[in-house]
Design a protein around this ligand. Structure first.
Ligand SMILES: Nc1ncnc2c1ncn2[C@@H]1O[C@H](COP(=O)(O)OP(=O)(O)OP(=O)(O)O)[C@@H](O)[C@H]1O
Ligand code: SF4
Ligand SMILES: [Mg+2]
Length: 327
């Protein structure tokens, strides 16, 4: 395994004396990502995705739990200073780039640092631009970030991210600020980086549709208020969604066929708003909203159970839920 997260908890303490109760942003997450693998982490705003992504790259030390990178505990005694050779790409490509540096000035220094001889810098920069689809490279070399479209800027961010030859990229909502018409082309670029360079991806998003597209051949983990509620191969999970929260997400997702869209029933949630990470409900964190909740749900935290083929679900009542149908 490239990356293993074992029972990760992150609690953000608030206040000067740290006496007030903090936000329990990540509450016992265990996940694994294999070498060259793709994992889409999906969930709504504030559920802890970015926090977990930072833990995965060793940028944030979890309050408890283990982060194993290529089998080594990165916060353990032997692992001090060890960091995954990973990179992050965030949604806002504009603030990720230095506005007073041209495309060439953005890429040449890291290329130099990672071993490109000075006299080959221009040529290698051009090759890199071509590889990520910024073409023709000569035209773009002396442009500044504000000259570029959002899609081009994000390509530039990816070009810079692959210079250190990372084994892992955490892409945190990389297409959510990009025009809908260009989103697929950026996801296609990420797929190329995965296939041709063997880079594993943790793709963080609130959007099931792009997750499904990007991680078709990979895995999906659905996060709700700090916990993973369902996880497995993308194909299997979307074919046979078991957790009521994922079913609610799927039943609310836009579908292209208006006829079908009108006919289908939305799964009713008991409360529309998710509770906050500072005051998470006891037991199953989804129980105040779950239409199937029973007495046990408010009392006991449901463990992730395997329903075959590595399809794991955290719900007490999986066996008694009605069969899934989308329309
Ligand atoms: N540095 C911090 N200090 C205190 N609380 C934080 C900090 N970072 C995040 N949180 C809290 O932790 C929870 C999870 O935040 P996080 O940013 O990981 O969610 P997210 O799923 O990435 O949300 P979004 O989709 O909006 O980006 C939230 O309740 C947030 O308020
Ligand atoms: S454990 Fe209970 S409340 Fe939670 S998702 Fe399952 S049925 Fe709903
Ligand atoms: Mg986030």
């Amino acid at each position: 395994m490239l990356l293993e997260l074992q029972d990760i908890h992150v609690i953000f303490q608030r206040g000067w004396l740290r006496k007030r109760r903090g936000a329990h942003a990540v509450a016992g997450v265990s996940l694994a990502l294999e070498e060259k693998g793709i994992l889409a982490l999906v969930g709504e705003s504030g559920c802890g995705k970015t926090t977990l992504g930072r833990v995965a790259l060793g940028l944030l030390r979890p309050t408890s739990g283990k982060v194993l990178y290529e089998g080594k505990d990165i916060w353990g005694r032997g692992g001090k200073g060890l960091r995954p050779t990973g990179q992050t790409v965030y949604q806002d490509s504009y603030s990720a780039l230095n506005p007073v540096r041209t495309v060439y000035q953005t890429l040449a220094p890291p290329l130099r640092r990672y071993g490109t001889p000075r006299k080959r810098l221009r040529e290698e920069t051009k090759k890199l631009l071509e590889f990520v689809g910024i073409m023709p490279p000569d035209y773009f070399l002396n442009k500044y970030p504000y000259h570029l479209s959002g899609g081009m800027r994000q390509r530039l961010v990816f070009a810079r991210a692959i210079i250190p030859k990372p084994k892992l990229i955490v892409a945190d909502e990389p297409v959510s600020m990009i025009d809908a018409s260009l989103r697929l082309s950026i996801l296609d670029l990420m797929l190329r980086l995965n296939r041709e360079l063997g880079i594993a991806f943790l793709y963080i998003t609130h959007d099931l549709a792009t997750a499904r597209y990007f991680a078709q051949a990979g895995r999906i983990a659905v996060m709700y208020l700090g916990a993973i509620v369902e996880e497995g191969r993308m194909e299997e999970v979307l074919e046979r969604p078991l957790h009521p929260y994922l079913r609610a997400l799927l039943s609310a997702a836009p579908i292209p066929d208006p006829e079908l869209a009108r006919k289908r029933e939305l799964m009713p949630l008991r409360e529309a708003e998710p509770p906050s990470a500072e005051h998470p409900p006891p037991g199953c964190r989804f129980h105040p909203r779950c239409p199937y909740a029973q007495e046990i749900c408010a009392r006991e935290i449901p463990p992730l159970r395997d329903f075959g083929d590595g399809h794991r679900v955290a719900c007490h009542l999986v066996e008694t839920l009605p069969p899934w149908r989308l329309t």
